[in-house]
Design a protein around this ligand. Structure first.
Ligand SMILES: [Zn+2]
Length: 58
């Protein structure tokens, strides 16, 4: 898993939950490098990342 903001792999899962109606499992990540927050969606045959929250620098 790479951070969509800075590309760092130093990300940690904060929490995860299921979206049964959508068929997705969602994991909320935080980047240790830039502090960016994003959600990883994993479903049937596809997965994607959505950025959430403001990007912080430093
Ligand atoms: Zn980052």
């Amino acid at each position: 898993m790479k951070c969509p903001y800075c590309g760092s792999e130093k990300v940690e899962p904060v929490k995860s939950w299921e979206m049964p109606k959508m068929g997705y499992k969602v994991t909320h990540y935080r980047c240790k490098n830039c502090g960016g927050l994003f959600n990883h969606y994993a479903g049937k045959g596809k997965e994607f990342v959505l950025r959430v929250g403001p990007r912080r620098r430093g």
